[in-house]
Design a protein around this ligand. Sequence first.
Ligand code: ATP
Ligand code: MG
Length: 232
Amino acid sequence: MNEERMKVGIIGLDDMLGGGLISGSICAIIGTYGTGKTTFSLQFIWEGLKKGEHIIYISLEEREERILEYMMQKGWDVKPFLNKSLFVIKLDPTDFNLANNRIKNELPRLIKQVNARRVVIDPISLFEDLFDADSVRRQEMFRFVEGMRDQKCTIMMTSETDKDNAFSSRHALIEYLADTVILLRYVRPSDLTDVHLALEVVKMRMSAHSREIKPYEIQHDKVLVYSEANVF
Ligand SMILES: Nc1ncnc2c1ncn2[C@@H]1O[C@H](COP(=O)(O)OP(=O)(O)OP(=O)(O)O)[C@@H](O)[C@H]1O
Ligand SMILES: [Mg+2]
């Protein structure tokens, strides 16, 4: 396969993905609280901004100021890009009609309007929570993801894990819909040792990829995946 690749911008991870995400594909980052989902997604958009791409960041959790502050704290000067090539939108996940309308109807239009190359939704699980019935959620998410496939951008969605299963997203849906699934988790070798972070590329449609579990670190200015090291 020699599709065009889009680098996530995380050292080690792009190697595991065979060079990066396939351009135009949909990636899900799944992990429990604090594993770095938001940080991964911000590193992904910073990589795009540095390359002069246009970016849309939809946040259902953190406020716009907090996201910008977090990026500035990392030494990533995003201010010059704001509302020029970086569009950050905070959605209230408790307002069903508004969030639903903005994600399903306005987002596709906005992507075209600003010619976005990368889009992040962090976390998609709060959007999925809006639907009460499993069958409706499944249908709505399927339609939404299919609609996003027609766009020319590469999409990263994050999801919290199920409370009883660290290997599944909260609604066990996005991992089936996404083209690429990256699972983030804590590894506790024993009760008395440090907690480590480890990731795996669980799935990548139309591409060879690493199946190894690799340690990663969230550093003050970047995420680093130790693709040469072993966790166990
Ligand atoms: N400057 C920093 N240096 C080192 N580690 C950091 C720094 N800032 C954040 N972290 C680590 O990153 C973690 C938070 O990462 P992040 O917010 O991306 O996780 P998340 O998976 O999105 O969490 P949540 O599910 O709560 O939204 C913190 O718990 C901390 O361990
Ligand atoms: Mg987060």
